[in-house]
Design a protein around this ligand. Structure first.
Ligand code: HH2
Length: 266
């Protein structure tokens, strides 16, 4: 279970809620008490029209939080959610053990070599375009979404390998809602076994996303928990093994119950 710690003023669901380092560290402690195994710290929102964040500002946001969490929760692996190598580098120096790159190493040529030389775990998420438009529909043109996402993820795995990243350090993520309309996100979740077949463990980030709002008619992101639970349980059934969520307690409880049943199936 990966708990989200957004140190941003403008994230789509919890922007501004945990913007000060103290609030973010307290949030992280709560998420671990609720059952998080990993915390993912992000200092830049990918929501459409979010304000771009300079490297220096992103570092200023995330480093004190990573430092605080490292001290408060020394046994919990910390992940840095960034597409920028200097931010990842500062986070790794402060104690982050995982880089969650929503561009899948596409946007910063220094990211692959940095991850290789520091030996961190790497989440390669599928997206298209730049940070400012990857969560819009600008690049959401697909003939067959699953085939194309699988091919693009395969090319990100090759890029990681070419940078010297150990295959065993890689996790793949279909990038739910990134350059994808609702029908694309739903189809990708249904076709998850095809992504599982690529080899690495699969992380999904469905938490409170727009496709859940469009199915249920729930416009307030924080009220999309029931839909989040349903999508996570289906993703677990179809092979996902890591779940990036805002409400760890709900996800932990629902997925623990689902897993007790699933692990006894043949
Ligand atoms: N989704 C978001 C951000 N980072 N990382 C991975 N690996 N997978 C995801 O699905 C994913 C992600 C968007 O969610 P959130 O962080 O809550 O919003 P924002 O980008 O507005 O901060």
């Amino acid at each position: 279970m990966v708990g989200i710690v957004n140190v941003t003023p403008d994230s789509f669901s919890d922007g501004g809620d945990f913007f000060s380092p103290d609030a973010a560290v307290a949030r992280g402690r709560q998420l671990v008490a609720d059952g998080a195994d990993i915390l993912d710290i992000g200092g830049e929102s990918t929501r459409p029209n979010a304000t771009p964040v300079l490297v220096s500002e992103e570092i200023r946001r995330v480093v004190p939080v990573i430092r605080g969490l490292r001290l408060a929760l020394p046994d919990i692996p910390l992940s840095i959610d960034t597409v920028k190598a200097p931010v990842a580098e500062a986070a790794i120096e402060t104690g982050a053990a995982i880089v969650n790159d929503v561009s899948g190493l596409r946007l910063d040529p220094d990211m692959g070599p940095l991850c290789a030389s520091s030996g961190v775990g790497v989440v390669l998420m599928h997206s298209r375009g730049a940070v400012r438009d990857m969560a819009t529909y600008s690049h959401a043109q697909y003939t067959e979404v699953t085939r194309e996402v699988v091919a693009e993820l395969r090319s990100r795995v090759s890029a990681a390998r070419d940078s010297g990243i150990d295959d065993r350090s890689v996790v793949l993520d279909p990038g739910i809602g990134f350059s994808k309309r609702t029908e694309h996100s739903i189809q990708l979740l249904a076709d998850l076994p095809q992504i599982v077949a690529l080899g690495p463990p699969i992380l999904v980030g469905v938490s409170r996303k727009r496709f859940i709002g469009e199915i249920t008619g729930v416009t307030t992101a924080a009220d999309r928990e029931e839909g989040t639970m349903a999508a996570n349980v289906v993703a677990l059934t179809l092979g996902a093994r890591l779940f990036r969520v805002h409400d760890v307690r709900a996800a932990r409880r629902s997925l623990d119950v689902a897993w007790e049943i699933l692990r006894r199936t043949h």
